[in-house]
Structures are given as C-alpha cells and as structure tokens.
Design a protein around this ligand. Structure first.
Ligand SMILES: Cc1cc2nc3c(=O)[nH]c(=O)nc-3n(C[C@H](O)[C@H](O)[C@H](O)COP(=O)(O)OP(=O)(O)OC[C@H]3O[C@@H](n4cnc5c(N)ncnc54)[C@H](O)[C@@H]3O)c2cc1C
Length: 504
C-alpha cells in the first residue's frame, strides 16, 4: 500500500524518522523496514491493506486500560487531536473499571457499569482503534507489529482471514490459523506504552486451570456464576454436610487490597443476601484468605492491617497468613504444613508480572518479581544500562512503568495521574516546562466489608468514614456521567429491593 506521509515538523518527534523504503507487506508507516519481519512469510489474505490514513504525525497508544484509555480520552478533547492522528491498539473493546469488579461480581452493580466502551472515546472518526495484540516493538525503526484478536471481548482469540472463529475454535479445540492472518505493522512518531501487567502465578502448578482470576469483567462474571453454582449444588439433597461445606468454601489467595476487598464483598454477599434465599445452608459457607506474608494488606500500616485482620476473624472469615501454596487440582489446594484444602471456588489474586511485550523490550527496567519499564520524571523511556539517555519519542506509564528513583505503586490512581499529566505535557510540547508534579504517592484505601474500611494516607483511619470514602470512590472511578447515574440508581434500588443477584 502507499505509505502514509508524516509531517516533518512534528514537535513530538525529537529525532528524524528513518527514511529507508517501506516494507512490501501490510504496513501503515513511512518508517524504516530495515529489520527483517518475523511475519515475512505472509499469506495473501493479509495483504489487503487497511484504508490509507491521514498525513499527520501519529501517536500510537498501546493499551486501553486505566492509563491508555484516560490518555486517549484527554488527548481526544485537546488541541493535539486536530494536528495529530491518535491510534489505539488493544485487544479489548472495553476498558475494565477494575476497582468496581468485586462489587459487580457480588451483585452490587450490573456488569455494564464496570466497563467503558473504548470506541465511544472522542468524536466519531477522531481516534483510530484497532482490536489487536501488539506482538513486538521496534524502537529503532519506530514501528510495532500487530495481530488481530477477536472473541470474548478480544480475550486472546486470534482472528483468521476467513472470519471470526466458530464455537469450536473458541473452546480451543481446533480451527486453522494461517501464518500472516490479520497481521500488520504500523509506524509511529510518538509511542505510548501502557500494556499493564499480567497475573503472576509464581509457577504454582494448576493455578490457571483450577482458579479464577480477577482482571476483567469476564472474570467477574465467571466468579458470580461460580458462586451461584456452588450454592445451587450445595442445596441438592444428594450431598452430605461435609461435601456441602467444601462446595461453599470460597478461597482467596492473596491478602493485598484486591484479595481483601474481594473477600469482604463475598462475605457480605453470602451472609447479607444469599443465605436469606438459601436458608437451609446456614452455617455451612466459609471464606478464607491465604497469603504467604505474615499479615494482610502489607502496604498499609501495621495497625490498619491488624485492624482489618481482627475484623475478618470476628466475622469468621479465615485469615491464613504465612501459608505457602504448593499447587492446585480441581477443587483442591495443596498448602505446605496444612495439606489438602478443599474448596468450591478459588480466586488467585496473589500478584502481577510484566507482560511478555515488556519482558522483551530492550530498555531500562526495574528488578524484582514485576519488571517495570524505567522512565524519567517526564515519563520518557530510558535506554538500557549499557547505553545512556532516553528512547526518543517513547513514553511509558501505568503498571508497566515506574519513574526511576521515585517508585510509585501499580495502582489505577497512579495510572490516572500519569495519563492526565502526559496528556497535558504532550499538548504543551515544550518539554521540561512540566516538572512531573502530581505524581506523588497518594493514600491507599481498602474495603473490609460490612460498612467498614481502612485508609492509609493523610493519617490512618478506619470504620464507617473509611467505608464512605471507599464507596464514594465508586463514582469517581467511572469515566462517564452515564455510569455515575447508573451507579446511584442501582444503590437506591439495592437499598429498597435487594441485590439483583438474588433473582438469578
Ligand atoms: C480486581 C482489581 C481491583 C483493583 N482495585 C484498585 C483500586 O481500588 N484502586 C487502585 O488504584 N487500583 C486498583 N487496581 C489496580 C489497577 O487496576 C491497575 O493499577 C491499573 O489497571 C493499571 O492501569 P494500566 O493502564 O497500566 O493497565 P491495565 O488497566 O491493565 O490496561 C492494560 C491494557 O493494555 C492492553 N495490552 C496488554 N498487552 C498488550 C499488547 N501486547 N498489545 C496491545 N494491548 C495490550 C490490555 O489489553 C489493556 O487494555 C485493581 C486491580 C484489580 C485487578
């Protein structure tokens, strides 16, 4: 295809773009094709190019989570959207409002409230969005390689040239994949890396087969279905009491804020709602939180952490600290020094790791369980240790990145702050006018159930005030007035008519 022409006076591009001839395969770039492509043996099906793109400098945003979505939202309503082409690359059609997932799974909100559609960002045609997974980034050649994904909201199903895979393919049982299908490369003037992180199983056998995770709305839906299925099975007349207890044992692995909030929501759902409609199962459900550390909520102050653990114990939520999980088989967790623990549902919330894309990037990264791309305080990606300086035209933010010498936690709060700052900065154009302010660490809060919470930051506080701060955060997390109205409406309906889950 005819390559798109990029403006030569792009103020966002701090070094001239490479000028070697464009690649012969499907390419949306004027940038160099000097590096051999791993997709060079493409089938003819992938050679029909997407429509030509406008001749403007291109900003590529890789990822549409908290940081990528917020950045795109801000850029699309700022002057830069008239002078630059903004392209979003992500496998997902919607962005998950992760802090609302546990509440959605436990029936407080409808699932629609916990996600925002990406394609509604900006005015029609203002942003370009491709539903793809970025397979590789060529920082020297200023281009990335993409592969189309479809199915289950883009959850890792590869598109074939002859259309969307059928049911058989969706179940992973077959289907034909032709090399080169749905693949293309695209050049950039400015690249924003915001691919987030992936669940870290720490190599524990059986996690991905036997546990649920809590990263997306699909995960939240699966959890709700699984909890209800366990209640239905336990209410059948065929099982002994011991088996019913096993079915109604809900295990959460990971005592960080995600695990603790999930345990609190499940406890409230089970004791406040489900046992009213399954009265014969009174006294049988148990909720357990397992963690290898010696306390839950490790990043909070010790007093707050002890407060939360004590509250859980009083409600018969089992707090199992200093426990090493050896592995999982269906319905069974093997715990060091404890042996086999049977469960109905287990949710793995024990940690995150870098995506394979970040792992393969040749840039400066942090050490430790989760490698993060190091940036300076203007969020510019740093070259690897052996070289010095920044990678021109490349920024990174969100869970995937950290500012060297000023570590911030991998939270939505930080991702939002950085995205808002970067949108402003890209518009200001003259670097170094901005000073990186606004990215300092803020307070943490966590819900521990039954109208109680803990807040660490600006002092430590607990109780109803902390719960109110957390609950009102639900309104802040949404990205549109439409969802704010829906949340308020649902709160009122839940108050007077019970949760929707009770009717399913
Ligand atoms: C259940 C849960 C509850 C949470 N609660 C809170 C909370 O209360 N408060 C808080 O501050 N934080 C919370 N967090 C943390 C918060 O969700 C993360 O810090 C935040 O999502 C990070 O934003 P991000 O943009 O870096 O990544 P993400 O939001 O994870 O988005 C990453 C995006 O990149 C895309 N992507 C990944 N790889 C590729 C690729 N190769 N090609 C193209 N696209 C790619 C993904 O599909 C996704 O769209 C919670 C997290 C979870 C899981």
């Amino acid at each position: 295809m005819a390559p798109t022409t990029r403006s030569q006076n792009s103020s966002l591009r701090s070094s001239p773009a490479p000028t070697s001839p464009p690649s012969s395969k499907c390419s949306l770039s004027t940038s160099s094709a000097s590096t051999p492509s791993k997709y060079s043996k493409q089938s003819s099906s992938s050679s029909s190019p997407p429509p030509p793109l406008p001749a403007k400098p291109r900003i590529l945003i890789l990822g549409t989570g908290w940081s990528g979505f917020t950045l795109a939202q801000r850029l699309s309503s700022s002057p830069i959207s008239t002078t630059h082409q903004i392209v979003l690359l992500s496998p997902h059609r919607t962005m998950a409002l992760t802090p609302l997932l546990a509440s959605a799974a436990c029936g407080i909100f409808d699932f629609r409230i916990a996600e925002e559609p990406v394609r509604r960002l900006g005015n029609a045609g203002q942003l370009v969005k491709y539903q793809v997974k970025v397979e590789r980034v060529d920082l020297g050649g200023r281009r990335v390689w993409c592969r189309a994904v479809v199915g289950s909201n883009g959850n890792a199903r590869l598109a074939a040239a002859d259309g969307v895979p059928g049911e058989k393919d969706r179940e992973g049982e077959g289907g034909e994949w032709h090399e080169g299908d749905g693949e293309f490369e695209i050049g950039y003037d400015t690249l924003i890396l915001a691919p987030g992180s992936e669940t870290n199983t720490f190599g524990t056998p059986g996690v991905l087969d036997c546990c649920l995770t809590m990263k997306s709305v699909q995960d939240a839906m699966r959890l709700r279905e699984s909890i209800l299925d366990c209640f239905e099975l336990a209410s059948l007349p065929v099982y002994e009491e011991a088996k019913k207890k096993e079915l109604l044992h809900f295990v959460i692995v990971g005592g960080g804020p995600t695990g603790v909030e999930l345990a609190a929501e499940i406890d409230e759902l089970v004791h406040g709602h489900l046992l009213r409609i399954y009265p014969d199962l009174q006294g049988l459900p148990t909720i357990s939180v397992y963690d290898v550390a010696d306390r839950m909520l490790g990043q909070f102050g010790e007093k707050l952490s002890e407060y939360a653990m004590e509250k859980f114990r009083r409600r018969d939520v089992r707090v199992c600290t200093k426990r090493e999980i050896k592995g999982f088989e269906r319905g069974v967790m093997e715990v060091k020094d404890e042996g086999e623990v049977k469960f109905g549902v287990a949710v793995w919330c024990a940690g995150n790791k870098a995506t394979s894309l970040v792992e393969n990037l040749d840039v400066k990264k942090s050490e430790g369980a989760m490698q993060r791309v190091f940036t300076d305080k203007w969020l510019r990606v740093l070259k690897p240790d052996k070289e010095e300086g920044i990678v021109e035209g490349v920024y990174a933010l969100g869970d995937a990145a950290d500012i060297e010498g000023n570590a911030l936690p991998p939270t939505a709060e930080v991702a939002l702050q950085k995205a808002e700052w970067l949108a402003k900065h890209l518009n200001e154009i003259e670097y170094r006018k901005a000073d990186g302010k606004g990215m300092e660490e803020e307070g943490f809060n966590a819900y521990i159930g039954r109208k109680d919470g803990v807040v660490d930051g600006g002092g430590e506080w607990t109780g109803k005030g902390a719960w109110l701060a957390w609950r009102s955060g639900s309104l802040e997390w949404t990205r549109s007035w439409r969802r704010r109205c829906m949340i308020v409406l649902v709160w009122v309906m839940n108050k007077f008519d019970g949760r929707e889950i009770a009717r399913r």
